[in-house]
Design a protein around this ligand. Structure first.
Ligand SMILES: [Zn+2]
Length: 327
């Protein structure tokens, strides 16, 4: 059975996720859904573009709208946000910086709690040449370059991933996890590569590459609470290989918007803390949390750092887009 035939989450209730009210008329691109069955959210993962498309602060390319009809019908948490398709974003926002120019994606050993990664997915438009130059910078300056992607073989080609792993190895860069950052282990120069969301079978498809290049990576997991036994078993295999398992919220809402609507405590109680605890209950030593879309505030940082020592946001290479990264 291939992935497209497989029910993404075997233990979800039949019938959930069929309702997609009001969403079919939206433009292609990232959609932040109102609260609804999680299976539906998982199904929509494939439809969305990358986290980079929508940056907090990239106000000129982002539209947020209250859908009052939905609020009245069902929920008081009905913010729907989406981005204009990537090509339009590019034309609005101008050129793309070289990855090596995006300072926020390079860790210089300063012990920061909020890290930022730059997107390796094809949709983010960062070329392998640009990534190579970033690896060169990490080597030359004794830094850790932080890169992230979603689904090997889907959002990032396996060949591109292999190129990056080989390029890191060839430069003698250490493979760094967010647990290493949390432990204060100073492993520079290096590459901190992470994978976000719920694409466990896709992560498994890259396992031979990780093994071939001796790579240790971090998986920022969202929706673990509704994972099937099969997904959980595969994640365990990856953890047993030495990869780091970390948290990426319960249902992948944009944290600052959630706080705006529901309050900080609700975000912690509904989205952040349970996503950490559900993994810890299964034995994972979760030491990091990645913000969905990288979207953060210093208020959120302070609150979340009571629960994990390390946070991960994102840096954009798109010039004109304001990165949520604090560095
Ligand atoms: Zn994500």
């Amino acid at each position: 059975m291939n992935d497209s035939q497989r029910p993404a989450l075997g233990d979800a209730k039949p019938g959930v996720g069929r309702e997609r009210r009001g969403l079919t008329d939206q433009p292609r691109g990232e959609v932040q859904l109102e609260r609804q069955p999680q299976l539906d959210l998982i199904a929509r993962e494939d439809e969305r573009t990358t986290d980079e498309v929508i940056g907090v602060g990239s106000g000129r390319v982002r539209i947020t709208r209250e859908r009052h009809e939905d609020r009245e019908r069902a929920s008081h948490r009905a913010t729907v946000a989406w981005a204009i398709p990537l090509g339009v974003v590019a034309s609005l926002a101008g050129c793309r910086a070289e990855v090596a120019e995006v300072d926020g994606a390079f860790y210089d050993g300063d012990g920061r709690a909020v890290h930022c990664a730059i997107n390796l997915d094809d949709a983010a438009g960062n070329t392998v040449e640009s990534v190579d130059a970033a690896l060169d910078r990490a080597l030359e300056r004794g830094e850790v370059v932080e890169l992230y992607a979603h689904k090997p073989g889907v959002t990032v080609p396996l060949a591109k991933l292999e190129h990056v792993l080989a390029a890191a190895r060839d430069r003698g860069l250490a493979f760094v996890t967010y647990a290493d950052f949390a432990a204060g282990t100073d492993v520079r120069p290096g590459l901190a590569l992470s994978f976000d969301d719920s694409g466990v079978p896709n992560w498994m498809s890259a396992r031979p590459l990780f093994q071939q290049y001796g790579a240790r990576v971090t998986f920022f997991v969202t929706r673990y609470g509704v994972f099937s036994d099969d997904y959980r078993a595969q994640l365990r295999v990856l953890a047993d290989d030495g990869h780091d398992i970390a948290a990426h919220s319960v249902a992948h809402y944009r944290a600052p918007s959630y706080v705006e609507e529901n309050g900080l405590q609700a975000y912690l109680d509904d989205e952040a803390v349970p996503s950490i605890e559900v993994l810890r209950r299964d034995g994972y030593a979760v030491t990091a949390f990645a913000y969905p879309f990288g979207a953060r505030t210093s208020e959120l940082d302070d609150a979340l750092l009571a629960h994990v020592p390390v946070l991960r946001s994102v840096s954009f290479s798109l010039q004109g887009a304001v990165s949520p990264c604090p560095h």
